[in-house]
Design a protein around this ligand. Sequence first.
Ligand code: HEM
Length: 143
Amino acid sequence: MVNLVKASFLALSVFLVACAAPSKAPQSLYDEIGGAPTIEAITENFINEISFNETIYRYFEKTNITRFREKFIEHLCVNTGGPCTYTGDTMLRVHQGQNINETDFNLTVDLLVNAMEKAGLTYPQQNRVLKELAPMRKEMLYK
Ligand code: HEM
């Protein structure tokens, strides 16, 4: 009887220890690419790319770049699974009235790809970021 109690206790202990063992959560894309410093580098590179591109810079002529930098960092952080809160406006609201066409949209995506490349993201990582942003495309085009 005592042995049975001991055995049950042992089994219960093993069960509890197994349950308490930290389960390995899958790493977010945010963590995989290097977290905040990488998100900031992508944003900085993106702003640079925009400033050197006459076609796209035209859209940003009146933009407060300090605000854009802050909101774009938050947005990219959230969309890669990072621990941030996006405090900017909706994609529809921000891009409304700009009448962005597909050519300029694709050109902007090219600039973002250059920015990610320069920040050291691999090709598959770049694609994962773009995949997160793709559904927002319809909120930006021809508005
Ligand atoms: C790749 C997809 C895009 C994403 C994820 C994106 C994201 C953002 C974000 C987060 C902001 C700041 C929002 C805020 O201030 O509250 C912003 C602002 C802006 N975006 Fe985009 N954007 C994208 C594509 C584009 C494209 C294609 C254009 C034009 C060719 C564009 C032009 C602008 C401009 C001009 C602003 C500043 C608006 C202002 O001055 O108030 N964006 N965008």
